[in-house]
Ligand binder design. Structure first.
Ligand code: ATP
Length: 392
């Protein structure tokens, strides 16, 4: 298999296409993406299943539509099936069941080089004996594109990835982050319909990774090509993607914008995978009201929920004191100063509640272990999650 991915020309995706947000699938409530209204669907998966032998169901009935111009992340823990999903889009694996479309073309059975996609891997695998310019030009040369055009496109794409003037250097003269940008340039220069990114920043140190996350986001916004990105790092997915599919055990657990997933997770898995949540068991008492196990009534948006539920609230949305309508009293179990905030864990009758208390000037006194305190949060700061794992 050629790790440099497929090389067909990309159907003339104009750089800069797709600039504003929209309500086409994947459906996102709060916008913020780079998808144009009415954008065509670039990738469509219909009931895709991938089995390895009789035992392993790596991907278990995934259906999703990714519109042109999306920065789409497949996010989940190790073994959840995200890489297998990406590899099936790229043609490195074939589904056991289901269909995969790139645009209107059913690509199941087509080898990677016949699919209008390119893949950037974690190991960027540049040719060490070639110059940076030659590495980027490689795919275009293979397709026998006119020499003058190649030169122009290579210089243009190197400028895009911030490596202008480095075309005559060798890969070994570059840092890890710069080499990864060459790999990106090499994949983008063919203007694929879709760029697949398989943990592309995994080999970089934390500081460089954070820098590259912003770089990748800028580059995607500039070229307007659909990016499908695999990561297990929730912060990375939230920084870059306009839509995230959270995967768990081969299924998409929830699909949405970063804000939607963080503010309104629908399952305990999503609530805990993206950040930290306080989850308290209760029963829906009526519209907008949940009764907790100790009888406390909590105001929360209960739309679409009934019976036994968990209500969630993020630690940074819980305040010390009774300033907000939802209150619980308890005793401080632990208090840890972490610089920007102090994390206070309060034991209440319905379980431990974590509070991130910002260490601002107006922050007030931090209670010590053993102190009796009240914690409170606003009605619109909480959310209700399904107790069952799977969603419809
Ligand atoms: P990671 O982040 O660790 O790469 P992932 O979410 O990308 O995990 P996959 O690599 O898609 O997960 O794997 C999903 C499941 O399929 C795992 O249980 C894995 O062991 C299994 N699997 C993947 N590839 C194969 C294979 N070629 N043969 C057998 N089982 C496989």
């Amino acid at each position: 298999m050629d790790p440099r991915g497929g090389l067909p020309d990309g159907g003339g995706r104009a750089p800069g296409a797709g600039a504003a947000f929209v309500d086409s699938a994947p459906r996102c409530a709060d916008g913020g993406g780079a998808v144009s209204p009415g954008a065509p669907i670039d990738v469509r998966l219909e009931n895709v299943v991938k089995r390895f032998g009789d035992e392993v169901i790596a991907v278990d009935g995934v259906s999703v539509e990714i519109p042109h111009g999306s920065f789409f992340a497949l996010l989940g823990p190790s073994g959840c099936g995200k890489t297998t999903t990406l590899r099936m889009i790229g043609g490195f694996e074939e589904p056991t069941e289901g269909s995969i479309y790139l645009g209107d073309i059913d690509v199941v059975g087509l080898p990677p080089y016949k699919r209008n996609v390119n893949t950037v891997f974690q190991s960027y695998a540049l040719f060490p004996h070639m110059t940076i310019g030659e590495n980027v030009a490689f795919g275009l040369e293979r397709r026998k594109v006119d020499k003058k055009e190649i030169k122009g496109r290579v210089l243009e794409i190197l400028e895009l990835v911030d490596l202008k003037g480095r075309e005559n250097g060798k890969p070994k003269q570059l840092s890890g982050g710069q080499q990864q940008r060459v790999a990106l340039a090499r994949a983008l220069v063919n203007t694929p319909r879709v760029l697949l990114l398989d943990e592309p920043l995994g080999a970089l140190d934390l500081k460089l990774r954070k820098q590259m996350q912003l770089e990748l986001k800028r580059i995607q916004a500039e070229v307007g090509i659909t990016f499908v990105h695999v990561t297990h790092d929730q912060e990375e997915a939230m920084t870059m993607a306009d839509t995230i599919a959270v995967m768990n055990q081969g299924k998409i657990e929830q699909l949405g914008t970063p804000t939607e997933l963080y503010e309104r997770p629908k399952t305990t898995f999503v609530a805990n995978f993206l950040g930290t949540s306080n989850l308290l068991d209760g029963t829906v008492e009526g519209p907008g009201t949940v009764r907790l196990a100790d009888g406390t009534l909590v105001q929360v948006d209960t739309a679409g929920s009934s019976g036994h539920v968990s209500i969630g609230v993020r630690p940074e949305k819980v305040s010390l004191g009774d300033a907000h309508p939802n209150t619980l009293s308890g005793k401080v179990k632990e208090s840890a100063y972490i610089g920007v905030a102090t994390q206070v864990v309060v034991t209440t009758a319905v379980g431990d509640v974590s509070v991130f208390h910002q260490n601002s000037e107006a922050g007030g006194l931090i209670p010590a272990p053993g102190d009796n305190v009240t914690v409170s949060w606003r009605a619109d700061s909480g959310f209700v999650v399904n107790k069952e794992r799977t969603l419809g």
